[in-house]
Ligand binder design. Structure first.
Ligand code: 5GP
Length: 193
């Protein structure tokens, strides 16, 4: 069991509706030593890739992306969520449905910060149905940049996102893959990696 799986077992809480709460250490209160370790682990796993930018989506992806950007020594770029449909031509946009809030957001990235010269590692805290990652992938493609890989802290392997993204041929590394969880007992089962 790796450091993140151990922490999830210690402090994660299984909620109804297939939600795993990790807000005591990952996406509300944050354990910065754990975040640093996550950043270093992404760097180790993608050491062979010519990554020059980390891309994530606000808000909870930003801390993980910061740790990754530190480890790689490259800039961090985050997609902003925007309610406005009046986006000028200076932005790449994608539509993303939120797993946790069930609403749709337009996400935007300025064309100034993503170009065909970029080799991007996309990171996020969770992977569920893959909507957030697919939106980020489409923005990288629209910019003519290269998706070198995707790094996720916690993948819920019983939902579809991981399968969809791997089937598209992307290199996806999830530090913890939850294959089953039970809100009645609190039990969490990880995929052996
Ligand atoms: P997806 O787009 O893959 O369906 O969902 C990913 C996004 O939803 C992540 O950015 C994350 O913020 C949120 N999310 C999905 N599942 C969970 C969960 O079980 N717990 C928490 N805390 N956030 C989740």
């Amino acid at each position: 069991m790796n450091f993140l799986e151990e922490r999830i077992l210690k402090d994660g809480v299984v909620k109804p509706g297939n939600v795993l709460k990790v807000d005591s250490f990952l996406n509300h209160q944050m354990d910065v030593d754990l975040l640093d370790e996550i950043g270093r682990e992404f760097h180790r796993r993608f050491a062979d890739c010519p990554i020059n930018k980390i891309l994530t989506i606000e808000a909870s992806g930003i801390a993980i992306a910061y740790a990754a950007a530190r480890a790689f020594g490259v800039p961090l770029l985050f997609a902003k969520k925007s309610k406005s449909i009046n986006i000028d031509g200076e932005m790449y946009t994608a539509e993303v449905e939120s797993f946790t809030h069930k609403n749709k957001n337009q996400i935007i990235v300025s064309k100034r910060f993503l170009t065909p010269a970029d080799h991007v590692l996309i990171v996020d805290d969770f992977l569920a149905n893959g909507c957030a990652l697919m939106g980020l992938i489409s923005i990288v493609q629209a910019a003519g940049a290269t998706v070198e890989g995707l790094g996720i802290a916690i993948e819920k392997g019983f939902q579809n996102g991981g399968r969809i993204i791997r089937n598209l041929g992307y290199r996806l590394e999830s530090l913890a893959i939850v294959d089953a969880m039970d809100d009645a007992t609190g039990a969490i089962t990880f995929r052996a990696q």
